[in-house]
Ligand binder design. Structure first.
Ligand SMILES: Nc1ncnc2c1ncn2[C@@H]1O[C@H](COP(=O)(O)OP(=O)(O)OP(=O)(O)O)[C@@H](O)[C@H]1O
Ligand SMILES: [Mg+2]
Length: 485
């Protein structure tokens, strides 16, 4: 797959004074304090074959010295070259992959930020997994839609499969719920409905996708869950990881076990059991209606203000196989009966009783939001995110940039995995309190580690920076004393 040009003419921010995107982008493209950062190309420039300054005595007549090969980049150190890209920050870790923010050079010398999803080595080395992953990724890379995270490239580097994707600068839904919970900030119901609506629009588009001859591609996401719902400070909502769960499920059948895959013989069920449709959990063939069910659980949870299924992955898998769908708690949302009817139909255990397609669910959602006067816009959702969490995002980002700069200055130090990067969908992580008013879709604190993750990365960086500063000061003082003599 060729790398595609970035979308031109990004939507201008309507909130220039406080848009974290604009400020964060500016800070990300600034040169590091320790001089110009090598580009991917310069960092990987081949070492000249002949070494002119070598001692002549141990050289055979007519021989030329060959410089030792450039050492392979330390995989734990950032920034580091990665093919044509430069990995600059590790922004997430899931069950199957690590997620990096990367700089991608553009034709005329500029660069853009992209995301690299580097599949774990244990999975990448399985030939069946690799085959399925490549097949699925190729299929899904053709998806172009405002609500789908675009895949630009697919390849293998450092022995691991990777995808290059559009960077969505903001949070995933898991993290948003966690932040709301900590801030005791209710997620307004119009934004809850807006989020689900945008996810369903992505599903509708992907389910209807066809090949060049107009044959249906039969794409089913299979892992619609909060950590795969990304949102930007512009109020965009995008679903990512199309095709990944299928590749993991099929590819892991006779290879290294995919994390999240069901144990035991038979088809490997991959996806998050908290959001799984019964037929999916039972290992049967799934179609678009399994995604409708998962979107129904998202809707249920955002409206109810709490998780629907609880327990370990194995326990939730059992619940998923024989679902007992609780009634939506009455929380003062307008036209509750209409909403309940909608949710019940999306969550019908028998898929024939469910909405027949994401398009049908989309129409029902739109009808309800109009009936209940809960229509939201990306502009207002973006303003909500920016107003409440823009500073948090920037602080985290600056801390990670400082950490990366300090690492680039000092000896290789392993970057500690960020805690709470949206990986864990464990039920205790996102609890939501029920309330009386419609605006009470609030979350109680449950993910106490999230705010610490900035510190977890920043502290070693600060210590290192302080150490370097002290060393410089000491050297200067010594020099000064010498000169003074
Ligand atoms: N394109 C992207 N832009 C911005 N952030 C992203 C992007 N893709 C992933 N992330 C971040 O990285 C996190 C980890 O993603 P990843 O898909 O590896 O794990 P996961 O979704 O938590 O679990 P799973 O392995 O089941 O998919 C995401 O939750 C999200 O916060
Ligand atoms: Mg994911």
């Amino acid at each position: 797959m060729a790398e595609h040009a970035p979308p031109m003419g990004r939507k201008a921010s309507s909130r220039p004074a406080r848009s974290p995107k604009a400020r964060a982008s500016a800070s990300s493209s600034a040169s590091p304090a320790n001089g110009p950062r090598p580009t991917a190309d310069t960092a990987r420039a081949p070492t000249p074959a002949a070494s002119i300054g070598s001692p002549p005595e141990d050289r055979a007549p007519g021989a030329i010295d060959v410089a030792p090969p450039a050492p392979a980049p330390d995989p734990d150190r950032l920034p580091r070259p990665f093919g044509k890209l430069q990995l600059v920050d590790r922004i997430g870790q899931g069950g199957m992959a690590e997620i990096f923010l990367a700089r991608s050079p553009t034709g005329l010398g500029g660069e853009r930020l992209v995301v690299v999803k580097q599949i774990l080595a244990s999975l990448s080395s399985g030939p069946e997994f690799a085959r399925m992953f490549i097949e699925e990724a190729k299929l899904c890379a053709g998806l172009r839609h405002a609500n789908v995270v675009q895949v630009f490239d697919l390849g293998r580097e450092e022995g691991r499969l990777f995808l290059v994707m559009e960077y969505v600068e903001g949070f995933d839904l898991h993290r948003l719920l966690s932040l709301c919970s900590k801030a005791k900030l209710p997620l307004p119901p119009e934004f809850a409905l807006f989020l689900v609506r945008e996810v369903v629009a992505a599903l509708d588009f992907a389910h209807r996708a066809t090949d060049a001859e107009g044959r249906p591609l039969g794409i089913v996401h299979r892992d619609v869950s909060p950590s795969n719902v990304l949102m930007s400070f512009e109020g965009e909502v995008k679903l990512c990881d199309f095709g990944i769960a299928r590749a993991a499920g099929l590819g892991a059948a006779d290879e290294a076990r995919a994390p999240g895959a069901s144990p035991g013989p038979g088809p490997r069920v991959v996806g998050k059991s908290a959001y799984m449709a019964p037929e999916h959990a039972r290992g049967e063939d799934v179609d678009a209606r399994a995604d409708v069910f998962a979107a129904g659980i998202l809707l249920w949870e955002l409206c109810a203000g709490r998780r629907m299924r609880r327990g370990t992955e194995a326990e939730m898998l059992e619940q998923a196989k024989h679902p007992d769908i609780p009634a939506l708690p009455a929380r003062g949302l307008p036209a509750h009966a209409s909403l309940q009817a909608l949710v019940s139909r999306a969550l019908a255990p028998d898929r024939d009783a469910r909405f027949g397609s994401a398009a049908e669910l989309l129409r029902a959602l739109d009808a309800y939001t109009h009936e209940a006067s809960l229509v939201a816009s990306p502009l207002r959702f973006g303003a909500f995110l920016t107003d409440h969490f823009g500073e948090t995002f920037l602080a985290e980002r600056r801390a990670r940039e400082r950490a990366a700069r300090a690492l680039a200055l000092g000896p290789a130090v392993q970057i500690t995995a960020l805690e709470g990067t949206g990986r864990d969908d464990a039920p205790s992580d996102v609890a939501m309190t029920p309330g009386d008013a419609p605006s009470d879709v609030a979350m109680v604190p449950g993910d106490a580690h999230d705010e610490d993750r900035t510190d977890a990365v920043a502290r070693p960086a600060v210590r290192r920076a302080l150490g370097i500063a002290l060393a410089c000061a000491a050297s200067l003082a010594a020099l000064w004393a010498l000169l003074g003599r």
